[in-house]
Ligand binder design. Structure first.
Ligand code: MN
Length: 489
C-alpha cells in the first residue's frame, strides 16, 4: 500500500478514506447449507422451506458437504489459508424472518483464513488487497411489508441458503477501489463456479464499512452500510459516507458507530440501528453441529481441480501474447471471452487478435446488446479474417467492412470466400495503382505544388487514391508510388 493513494480534500485539509467490504456470495448449490430444501431462485413464496429452515422444534441441521467444498475452492481462489479445523457458532438475534432466533454462522474459527488478491483499477494500476477471512453461514428469510396495508408477510425460501461471507481487510482507499474489489471478487467466484455472481438476483451483496482519518492517524469510527446490492451502489455509498463523515468531523462533530441503509433513489444512507458489537450477539458454538474437520489431502485434491484463475490467466496473456495489462485484464476477466480470444489468437499475432476482439468485436457486441456467447461472428471466422490482413489479401479498412457484413448477418461463412465473391481483394499490382496516382496528380496541380513545401500534405493524396480504389489499393504500395512521383523524401 503506498501512502500517496487518493486523499479526499475537505475544507480544512486532506482526509484518507478507509474502506472494508464484507461480500456475501451465495454458494451455487442445489440445496441449502443445513437442509435438503431447494436453494433455487424464483420459486413461489415459501415453496422451498423444509422443517429445518422453518426452525420447527427438534429439527437438526445437517451440513452440506458440497457447500463446504465450494467454500474451500473459493478460499483457494483468494490465495487464502484453508483451516483444517473450523466450527459453526450461533449468532443470536431476533428478527421476524429468522425463525430460529439465531443465525448459524462461523465466528472465531472460520473455514478460511487470511489471503490476498490483485485488484485492477481504471487506468491500469494494480493494488493488492488483503482478505481477512471467509466463513460459511446461512441466509435469513425475507420480510415483505408492501403487499398488504395492515400486515407483513414472510418468505422463508432464502432461509438456510448457504452464503460465503468474504471479509476484506480495511485496505481499500476510495470508492473506485471498493467497486473494483467487489468486481474482482465477482470475477473470481464466477471463474470458480462457486457462486453465479448474479447480483441482480441477490446472489451477491456487500456490507460496506467506511471511516475517514487524517493521513497517518489512527482509524476513525466506522459506519456499516448493509446489503448494498450492486457494484455501482457500493461506489455511491463510499463516496456519500466519506463526504458525510468529513463534513461532520470538520464541523467539530463525532461519528456514531452505526448500521446504515442505502437508498438508491436519493443516493444517501440513513440510520437503521446503532451498531451492535460482536458480544451483543452472544455467539457460542452450535451444539447441534460437529466441528468441520478435514485433511490436507482433500484440500490438495480440490486445489488440483481448480481452473486457471483470472490473475494467472492475465499474466499468461501478457507473457504469451505480449498483451498490455489492460487488454489482458479485459480478456481474462470473463471465462468465455478469454476462451474466445485464445481461439482467435492461436497461431496468430496475439496483439492483432486482441485488438480485433476487445475493440471491434466487443464494441459491436456492446452496441447490439449481445453477449460473447451470442456473437454472430465465430472465433474461427474472426481468426480467418485476421489471416487475410496478415497475408495482405485485404487491408485493415476492408477487413472492417467484411467484419460489419458478417456481424450484421449479410454474409456468413469463410471470410476468404466473402472477399472473393465481393471482389474486395487488395490491389497490389503497382501498374494499376500508378495509373490511378497519375490521374490524381494530373487533376490536382495546386496540391502537387503545395506538397513540395509541406511533405505532410501527401496524406491527402493517399486518401484520394484509396478512395478511387474503393479502399482496395495496398496502402504501402500507394505510399511508395506517391513518394516517388511527388518527389517526397
Ligand atoms: Mn454475514
Amino acid at each position: 500500500m503506498t501512502e500517496t493513494r487518493k486523499l479526499l480534500q475537505g475544507q480544512t485539509g486532506d482526509w484518507e478514506v478507509v474502506v472494508g467490504l464484507e461480500v456475501h456470495a451465495q454458494v451455487s448449490s442445489k440445496s441449502k447449507l443445513f437442509s435438503g430444501a431447494s436453494a433455487e431462485y424464483g420459486a413461489g413464496p415459501n415453496e422451498n422451506v423444509s422443517l429445518v429452515d422453518a426452525a420447527m422444534p427438534g429439527m437438526l441441521p445437517v451440513i452440506n458437504k458440497y457447500c463446504v467444498e465450494q467454500a474451500i475452492r473459493t478460499g483457494l481462489g483468494l490465495n487464502a489459508k484453508i483451516n483444517l479445523w473450523s466450527r459453526f457458532d450461533r449468532k443470536n438475534y431476533f428478527y421476524p424472518d429468522l425463525p430460529q432466533g439465531y443465525q448459524i454462522s462461523q465466528y472465531k474459527d472460520p473455514i478460511v483464513g487470511e489471503g490476498e488478491i490483485e485488484v485492477e483499477l481504471d487506468g491500469g494500476e494494480t493494488i493488492n488487497v488483503g482478505i481477512e477471512r471467509l466463513h460459511l453461514e446461512q441466509d435469513a428469510g425475507k420480510s415483505i411489508h408492501d403487499l398488504a396495508p395492515n400486515a407483513s408477510y414472510v418468505d422463508l425460501n432464502r432461509s438456510g441458503v448457504a452464503l460465503m461471507e468474504i471479509v476484506s481487510k480495511p485496505e481499500l482507499r476510495s470508492a473506485e477501489e471498493g467497486a473494483a474489489y467487489f468486481s474482482k471478487i465477482r470475477t473470481i467466484v464466477r471463474y470458480l463456479g462457486t457462486c453465479d455472481g448474479n447480483i441482480e438476483e441477490g446472489s451477491m451483496r456487500a456490507d460496506v464499512n467506511v471511516s475517514v482519518r487524517r493521513p497517518g492517524e489512527e482509524l476513525g469510527t466506522r459506519t456499516e452500510t448493509k446489503n448494498v446490492n450492486s457494484i455501482r451502489f457500493t461506489k455511491q455509498v463510499i463516496d456519500f459516507e466519506a463526504r458525510r463523515q468529513i463534513e461532520i468531523l470538520e464541523a467539530g462533530g463525532t461519528i456514531d458507530q452505526e448500521t446504515l441503509l442505502f437508498d438508491p433513489k436519493t443516493g444517501k444512507t440513513r440510520s437503521m440501528r446503532s451498531k451492535e458489537d460482536a458480544h451483543d450477539y452472544r455467539y457460542f458454538p452450535d451444539p447441534d453441529l460437529l466441528p468441520l474437520e478435514f485433511d490436507q489431502a482433500w484440500v490438495d485434491e480440490i486445489k488440483a481441480s481448480l481452473p486457471e484463475l483470472p490473475d494467472a490467466k492475465k499474466h499468461r496473456f501478457m507473457d504469451q501474447y505480449g498483451l498490455s495489462p489492460y487488454d489482458a485484464l479485459v480478456l481474462a476477466a470473463d471465462k468465455a471471452k478469454a476462451a474466445f480470444f485464445e481461439q482467435v489468437a492461436k497461431d496468430r499475432d496475439g496483439k492483432l487478435a486482441a485488438n480485433w476482439v476487445t475493440g471491434d468485436l466487443f464494441g459491436a457486441l456492446n452496441k447490439a446488446g449481445k453477449e460473447i456467447a451470442g456473437s454472430p461472428i465465430s472465433a474461427d471466422q474472426l481468426g480467418r479474417l485476421i489471416d487475410l490482413i496478415t497475408d495482405k489479401t485485404i487491408s485493415g479498412k476492408i477487413a472492417k467492412d467484411v467484419f460489419a457484413l458478417m456481424f450484421d448477418g449479410e454474409e456468413t461463412g469463410d471470410p476468404a470466400e466473402i472477399v472473393e465473391k465481393r471482389g474486395l481483394k487488395q490491389v497490389t499490382d503497382t501498374g494499376a495503382i500508378e495509373k490511378v496516382v497519375d490521374e490524381i496528380i494530373a487533376a490536382n496541380p495546386q496540391q502537387v505544388a503545395q506538397v513540395k513545401d509541406k511533405p505532410k500534405t501527401m496524406g491527402w493524396f493517399v486518401g484520394q487514391v484509396m478512395k478511387a480504389s474503393q479502399g482496395k489499393a495496398n496502402p504501402q504500395a500507394v505510399n511508395e508510388i506517391l513518394k516517388k512521383k511527388l518527389g517526397v523524401e
